[in-house]
Design a protein around this ligand. Structure first.
Ligand code: MIC
Ligand code: SF4
Length: 648
């Protein structure tokens, strides 16, 4: 039978299950990587499971998020991660080596293989034909311990590309923004996007990686490109041609849907505040003033992006009203722009160069001023994520951003005839300067694990009780992000290794009374959260489940859930329930007491649960949609007790 690319990779890694949409499948995983903000929990959990060494062929621990080091907490986390990598047999990418996804693409991504990363933008590696998925830290820990990775087989959608981008002013970022405009942040839920068609060959690996990276914003499980001559060029230039295999869909392969996209019709696009799918054309925004421009992040920080920005800025000066911040994605990129003169051009034009890290993308520095307009090459513009609640954050390509930095406003470059020199665009360099001296390989010398005072034990939930009698702590609308649930930024991120401390910030950006109410309700039966559609979209941070669990939340009842967050809830023993009649959500108020009886039996048998709203005096039904493994997890109190109860 003809197969698509996803089926080929899954088939060659299948441990159990059938490749039918919706059916649970178990997969052998080739690589697991962590980053520091989610990695401390993942490695603490790995330690708690009690396995001596990682059992996957490659495990890499990156440090790229928590880099500000305003006190001892961030460097203590780095020291812990380095010691855990040595103890358990992982590679350690030292702080300064770059953003995990960019470095992984350069040094580890391999076509036909499967990777998991404790970060939602792990699909970046799909640009090199790798099937790479974001997961919570505990899922990663369990797979590093040797278990298969289980997920429900997603539907596979083909995005058939034709034509070619109108270079130099239209880029891969405009392509993914156009897809977000069409499909929205819910459009990829339960799906993998496989790219194909004649147009794919016109994109190099880093352009493809921009597209697969931001597929995360569609809610997709992952996105992937074929592995072809362009992939070989990239791997050869990285000195890794041995990792190349050809990979394409068979003629006649079938897909759940096919979406046609003509690259030559794409124009410069921009996502407006406060959602990556609030997309319009740059043309529409012509003349809108800009105060800050940020270039970098795992979406657009490759050498090609930096070089094209430098070509535009060379011999010019950043507009007086604009602050320009730039994070090259990796040390390799930094090295290249310093060798070819691009760095000089950027600095001379007035760019503020930052280190190779996530930086302003996760609110670690670079916050805009009050009410300011910031345009960024990043992937998320959720309200408050920049560190400034009333900032207006837009997302656009490096070219659109560089032009905004020069002119101080959005400019319709395609139509205006603006006299801006054409930047040298993205042809693959023949050779990348490979130097892995910032990646410490696994060693047989195990050494001790080093834990600073801010690193605390992982809390564990007790087994599911038969009755939940709890207070509704908050009712929410659609598309609530994990940034809304558990904010990031310079103030909160340092507590990622300390659940009691970070729990004080749950929902703090949208409801400052939440934590107080949760504390009051905890001794009186705990709490329930009511959500809308796509609850928990965005980041993979399991703290958005772990911290509410610590505060006494037993269940979330929503219209639908985002994939990674739903898994994280289950992993920490919080019951995710879906309304049978979504209209009921509007009839529930914060403060209502909800009673669910006989839950253990309902979960065990996959039955609907009857929920009594004891305050308002009505009942309604919910479904749990748990597969058999998920049922066991919920009953026992989550993945950690479950894993300990089994021999891996
Ligand atoms: C993000 O972009 O939101 C993050 C920070 O990279 C997260 C991970 C985290 O919260 O640590 C993600 O994308 O998963
Ligand atoms: Fe880092 Fe931003 Fe990418 Fe998340 S989206 S990994 S914070 S650069």
């Amino acid at each position: 039978m003809p197969s698509n690319i996803v089926e080929k990779i899954f088939q060659s890694h299948l441990v159990y299950g059938d490749l039918k949409a919706g059916v649970p499948i178990g997969l052998k995983v080739d690589e697991v990587y962590t980053q520091d903000a989610t990695g401390t929990m993942a490695w603490l959990q790995f330690e708690a499971i009690g396995i001596d060494r990682v059992a996957v062929p490659v495990a890499v621990s990156y440090v790229d998020h928590n880099m500000v080091q305003s006190n001892y907490m961030n460097p203590d986390d780095h020291a812990f991660l380095q010691s855990a990598a040595r103890r358990f047999g992982a590679y350690f990418s030292r702080p300064g080596n770059g953003i995990c996804h960019q470095v992984n693409l350069e040094r580890f991504a391999a076509p036909g293989k499967i990777a998991l990363g404790t970060d939602s933008h792990t699909p970046t590696n799909g640009g090199a034909g790798m099937l790479a998925m974001g997961v919570g830290g505990l899922d990663a820990a369990v797979v590093m311990g040797g278990a298969p990775f289980e997920l429900n087989m997603p539907m596979v959608t083909l995005i058939r590309l034709s034509g070619q981008l109108r270079q130099p002013y239209v880029t891969a970022m405009d392509v993914i923004l156009e897809i977000l405009r069409r499909l929205t942040v819910k459009g990829g839920v339960g799906r993998i996007f496989e790219y194909g068609g004649d147009g794919a060959a016109s994109l190099d690996v880093t352009q493809r990686a921009t597209i697969t990276n931001m597929g995360a914003e569609l809610g997709a499980t992952t996105s992937i490109f074929p592995s072809d001559e362009r992939t070989l060029e990239f791997l050869r230039a990285q000195g890794r041609q041995g990792d190349w295999i050809a990979l394409k869909a068979d003629d006649g392969a079938s897909y759940a849907e096919v979406i046609e996209l003509d690259l030559s019709a794409v124009e410069p696009m921009v996502a407006q505040p406060h959602s990556p799918d609030n997309v319009t054309t740059v043309r529409e925004l012509t003349g809108t003033k800009v105060d800050q421009v940020c270039i970098g992040s795992c979406t657009n920080s490759s050498y090609q992006s930096m070089r094209s920005v430098a070509a535009l800025l060379k011999d010019n000066t950043v507009a007086e009203r604009v602050n320009l911040l730039i994070n090259p994605g990796s040390r390799q990129v930094y090295d290249m722009i310093s060798r070819d003169g691009s760095l000089t051009a950027l600095v001379a034009a007035g760019a503020r160069m930052l280190e190779s890290s996530c930086g302003p993308c996760i609110g670690m520095g670079g916050a805009p001023g009050s009410g300011q307009v910031s345009v960024r090459t990043f992937n998320r513009n959720f309200e408050g994520r920049s560190g400034t609640k009333d900032a207006k954050v837009y997302l656009a390509s490096p070219i659109t951003c560089a032009i905004a930095a020069l002119t101080g406003e959005f400019s319709d470059v395609l139509g205006s005839g603006l006299n801006i020199p054409s930047p040298k665009m993205s042809t693959e360099p023949e050779v990348y300067p490979v130097c892995d001296n910032m990646i410490i390989p696994p060693s047989s010398d195990k050494g001790p694990i080093v834990k600073g005072p801010n690193i605390k034990e992982v809390p564990v939930k007790s087994p599911l009780s038969d009755e939940i009698n709890a207070e509704v702590l908050i009712t929410l609308g659609n598309n609530i992000t994990t940034d809304d649930i558990m904010p990031a930024g310079a103030k909160v991120l340092p507590f990622r290794s300390n659940i009691p401390a970070i729990s004080e910030f749950v929902f703090s950006n949208i409801d400052s009374g939440f934590v107080g109410r949760a504390a009051e309700s905890k001794p009186k039966g705990g709490g329930i959260i009511i959500g809308g559609e796509n609850y928990g979209q965005g980041s993979s941070r399991e703290h958005a489940a772990l911290a509410p669990m610590f505060l006494g939340v037993h269940a979330v009842i929503a219209k639908s859930f985002a994939r990674i967050h739903r898994s994280n809830l289950i992993n920490f023993g919080i019951l995710p329930l879906t309304f049978e009649d979504s209209g009921i959500a509007g009839k529930i108020n914060a403060g209502d007491r909800l009673v669910i009886k006989g839950i253990r039996e309902a979960v065990t048998n996959g039955q609907t649960c009857t929920v009594e709203n004891a305050t308002a005096g009505f009942t309604f039904t919910c479904v749990s949609n748990l597969n058999s493994r998920e049922r066991e997890l919920i009953l026992i109190g989550g993945l950690l007790p479950y894993t300990k109860s089994k021999t891996l």
